[in-house]
Design a protein around this ligand. Structure first.
Ligand code: FAD
Length: 489
């Protein structure tokens, strides 16, 4: 029996007890281990969180080993756009952007409708600028400010990304930094079990499954769980977030919820288990995310009847469920040449061009015909949006279209569907990534960050603000690495 936590109306947690046949404890008695080696800090998972944790811990003088189940350290992070939000960076100051951790935290909390931990949100926001500058200055990760777009929910421009705005570039730079510092990453190393003392919940080591079926036991003084959430576990998705089960899964399949399973077995608290990052703009049949600047700068979405069905500008995460609810589980992004050119900044969008996902036409009627959308419906919607842009009518979904130019020929469309990217519920942690028990006391030597830890997105998909994923991965990663190193000293 484990305890499932659900957000109450006050945003705090209430709990309900349920059984999990698919959640064996996976905790082994340390006396049964055959330890082949000892590493002060073991990190499970070699994505963005795991590599930043390893870099921070090693920099602070602790020997660390990263254990990664895949043949390369990539994770969800390499699939991502790699944009990391931070408040008060020098990159923002150079562009004259005034920002503060308080404003950033306020944005996070209001996107989550107050239903997240405000102290954690503030602590992450306060540490965010240091994370970016530390990655750039100490580890040569080439991050610059994305100053062309304002992302939904953010009061100011605060996204930082690699030159081509890709997670694979981010992971490439982090992997190079790890290599430069001589940190070992053991790949094809699936951690299956933890060795822990039942008496004091102290983790003593891990069991690693190798591709040839052999096991290796490694002991440690502290353990960092950076193995993300449970988006790759169909059974858990069905149980905790059934609303998104019908969507395309576009995350890392190796993320099976191991951190949650181990944490629960150790007596850790789990929070916001129903929370996740969805996306309402995955190019249908292409598996390429069409990023939200296209919407925020004036694009809109219609269904096959040519009708809009929600306020797309609330955010891309909650839009996933709305798109999946449309006939055929699809929608079309409608935009024009100006937006097409703006979007060419993004590698993903250029991939969509190459994959011939774009439909182009000289008129709305032609666009509708090419897409198979009802032409009258699309014309009506386009006219209504134009009126909203001119301020002649209010949008029935509450979106503010003013301030952006009206769409004009040539027009573009991309057929999209809703997707699940990664989960945001996870182990309760304090501001330095220490895993907490139900009573709020920290477990003696267990840390978590990124998708393995409870995020800052509240209890559902609507609280996910762009960047919440990599903010918690990189900043919790850095802070947990530093804290673990201090603990071990
Ligand atoms: C298409 C897409 C775009 C996105 N864009 C952005 C963005 O621009 N900005 C943003 O903030 N967020 C974005 N996100 C979310 C972001 O990618 C995630 O929040 C973040 O990468 C999570 O990092 P992580 O290190 O916790 O997990 P991951 O990067 O998934 O790393 C976890 C690693 O753990 C390994 N692992 C799992 N279990 C085990 C085990 N038992 N033993 C050993 N290894 C294990 C996995 O193989 C994986 O490599 C995006 C996500 C997607 C899918």
């Amino acid at each position: 029996m484990v305890t499932r936590h659900e957000a109450g109306s006050d945003g705090l947690q209430s709990s309900a007890t349920m059984t999990h046949s698919h959640m064996p404890a996976n905790l082994l008695d340390p006396r049964s281990a055959d330890f082949a080696g000892h590493i002060p800090l073991l990190v499970v998972g070699g994505g963005g969180c795991g590599l930043t944790a390893a870099l921070a811990a090693q920099q602070a003088g602790t020997d660390v080993l990263v254990l990664e189940r895949d043949s390369s350290a990539l994770g969800t992070t390499a699939m991502s756009t790699g944009l990391i939000p931070a408040a008060g960076t020098r990159m923002q100051r150079e562009k004259g952007i005034e920002d503060s951790p308080e404003l950033f935290a306020q944005d996070i909390v209001s996107k989550a409708k107050g239903q997240t931990d405000e102290q954690i949100a503030l602590a992450l926001a306060q540490a965010s600028a240091r994370t970016i500058e530390w990655m750039v200055d100490d580890h040569q990760v080439p991050l610059s400010l994305v100053d062309s777009f304002l992302y939904p929910g953010h009061s100011v421009k605060r996204m930082h990304g690699s030159p081509n705005r890709t997670g694979s570039e981010l992971m490439g730079s982090l992997s190079a930094a790890v290599e430069r510092r001589g940190i070992d990453v053991l790949t094809e190393a699936l951690v299956t079990d933890l060795f822990a003392d039942a008496a004091d919940q102290r983790v003593r080591g891990v069991r690693v499954l190798r591709p040839d079926g052999s096991h290796e036991d490694l002991s440690c003084d502290a353990l960092m769980l950076a193995c993300c959430g449970f988006a790759g576990n169909t059974e858990m998705v069905r149980e905790y977030i059934p609303e998104i089960e019908g969507a395309t899964f576009f995350g890392h399949p190796g993320n099976k919820g191991d951190a949650i399973r181990w944490g629960l077995a150790l007596g850790a608290a789990v929070r916001d288990i129903h929370s996740y990052q969805g996306h309402g703009g995955l190019a249908a049949g292409r598996g390429i995310p069409i990023l939200w600047p296209l919407i925020m700068e004036g694009g809109f979405q219609v269904n096959v009847a040519g009708e809009r069905f929600s306020n797309e500008a609330r955010g891309y995460s909650e839009q996933a469920v709305d798109v999946v609810a449309q006939p055929g589980h699809v929608a079309w992004d409608i935009y024009d040449q100006r937006l097409h050119e703006l979007m060419l900044e993004f590698d993903d969008y250029r991939d969509a061009v190459e994959a011939r996902a774009l439909i182009q036409a000289q008129s709305i009627a032609e666009l509708a015909a090419l897409c198979g959308i009802d032409p009258q419906g699309l014309q009506r919607t386009t006219d209504a949006v134009a009126q909203c842009v001119r301020g002649e009518q209010a949008d029935r979904f509450g979106r503010d279209f003013t301030g952006k130019p009206e769409l004009c020929a040539p027009y573009f469309a991309v057929k999209v569907t809703g997707a699940l990217f990664h989960t945001q519920g996870g182990l309760a942690v304090d501001a330095s990534g220490r895993v907490l028990r139900e009573d709020g006391v920290a477990l003696p030597n267990l840390f978590a960050g990124g998708g393995a830890a409870r995020g800052i997105s509240g209890p559902s998909s609507w609280g996910y603000m762009a960047g919440n994923g990599l903010l918690t991965a990189t900043t919790f990663g850095r802070l947990a690495g530093e804290t673990a190193a201090a603990l071990l000293r």
